[in-house]
Design a protein around this ligand. Structure first.
Ligand SMILES: Cc1cc2nc3c(=O)[nH]c(=O)nc-3n(C[C@H](O)[C@H](O)[C@H](O)COP(=O)(O)OP(=O)(O)OC[C@H]3O[C@@H](n4cnc5c(N)ncnc54)[C@H](O)[C@@H]3O)c2cc1C
Ligand code: SF4
Length: 324
């Protein structure tokens, strides 16, 4: 770890102003950021770390007639064991309770989970060894290298500097992102309200559309029929302390409309609209669940090492539909 200035922000405006000065990064639970600092993966080492946990009243979990509100600093453990979350958005409590490890869940936050940087091993390699596109460099090493954990639905092209576009095929591996997408969540920041479906994105050293100094403050889950039925499922190689290779959230309403979202298969959470259309208003049978799994994987174009993910998509979708 290299030396940096540390600011315990007393308010959101103090934190935002400190972040806007540049060379600064926000920290919540530190579950992702501390590893990134220790491994020295930043193209330019941050000069200042701005602590958000010193800002009061950002970890409340409440529900009212409009829906559920979760402060960005609520920990994954708080969410997993909250009766309010279980009652209003059961699959969110389930997903939070499966992420990382029991110890990490006590300190890491929902805001940090949604803003975490990609786990691509070229990106994470010690001492910034691979100056890849996601760090502002010229190429994506995973395109021709070891891409066994990467996207099967193509990459995202993004601007690394004015007028220069590059591609990244790293996936979003947050346990919570697909769940919040199917629940139609809205993310409140210091500047605006963003639909979950529009929040995730690809940019240099970022995995969301927030601008410099913009801080995620609250996750809002509006009351809807899609909260009534749903399921969450993940596939990981280890049972604990392991990111999902693929995860899946499904929400359904009483009229037979489905929302299905996968994580770990694309640079941002991936809505399986073809499977959703196929299922509309129909009773789930073994045959239909199988067809929906195939539809969910339609359009996948795996790279050399990750074709196994296509079969995983089909199996996870089928199994979760049958267990609903
Ligand atoms: C060993 C290990 C296993 C893990 N396994 C899983 C897993 O299975 N599933 C999973 O989903 N995650 C997993 N994680 C990731 C971890 O759960 C998330 O990274 C964690 O939730 C991050 O939360 P945090 O509060 O610690 O964020 P931090 O590490 O403090 O921050 C993460 C990033 O988000 C930014 N940030 C934090 N809060 C905000 C905010 N309010 N507004 C704007 N930006 C913000 C920070 O600047 C930083 O870039 C794992 C991490 C480790 C180290
Ligand atoms: S997949 Fe993205 S993060 Fe990984 S090497 Fe390619 S550009 Fe970098």
């Amino acid at each position: 770890m290299r030396p940096f200035n540390h600011i315990n922000a007393a308010s959101l405006s103090e934190a935002a102003n400190a972040l806007k000065k540049g060379g600064a990064v926000a920290i919540a639970g530190g579950g992702d950021l501390l590893g990134a600092l220790k491994d020295n993966i930043f193209p330019a080492y941050p000069k200042t770390v701005v602590n958000l946990k010193s800002i009061p009243a950002l970890s409340d979990i409440t529900a009212d007639g409009e829906g559920l509100k979760i402060g960005a600093l609520a920990t994954l453990a708080d969410i997993a064991r909250s009766p309010v979350v279980s009652e209003n958005a059961k699959i969110l409590a389930q997903a939070a309770g499966m992420a990382s490890s029991p110890t990490l869940r006590e300190t890491t936050t929902i805001g940090g989970n949604l803003c975490q940087l990609p786990r691509c091993w070229y990106f994470r390699k010690l001492n910034n060894r691979f100056d890849c596109a996601r760090k502002g460099g010229t190429r994506c090493f995973a395109l021709t290298g070891d891409n066994r954990y990467h996207s099967v639905f193509g990459g995202t092209t993004f601007e690394t500097s004015p007028g220069v576009n590059r591609i990244c095929i790293a996936v979003n591996q947050s346990d919570l992102a697909p769940v919040l997408t199917v629940l139609g969540a809205k993310f409140k920041t210091t500047e605006r309200l963003i639909d979950a479906g529009d929040f995730f994105g690809v940019g240099v050293m970022t995995a969301n559309v927030c601008r410099c100094g913009e801080i995620l403050t609250e996750i809002q889950i509006p009351k809807s029929d899609f909260l009534k039925s749903g399921g969450y499922r993940r596939f990981a190689f280890r049972k604990s302390i392991d990111f999902p290779v693929i995860n899946l959230a499904i929400a359904a309403d009483e009229k037979g409309y489905f929302r299905i979202c996968l994580g770990g298969v694309a640079p941002v959470p991936y809505r399986c609209t073809k499977a959703e259309d196929l299922l509309k208003g129909r009773e789930i049978t073994q045959e239909l669940a199988e067809k929906a799994g195939i539809a969910a994987a339609e359009g996948a174009e795996p790279y050399e090492a990750n074709a196994y993910k296509v079969q995983l998509i089909k199996t996870l979708v089928k199994r979760e539909l049958l267990s609903l």
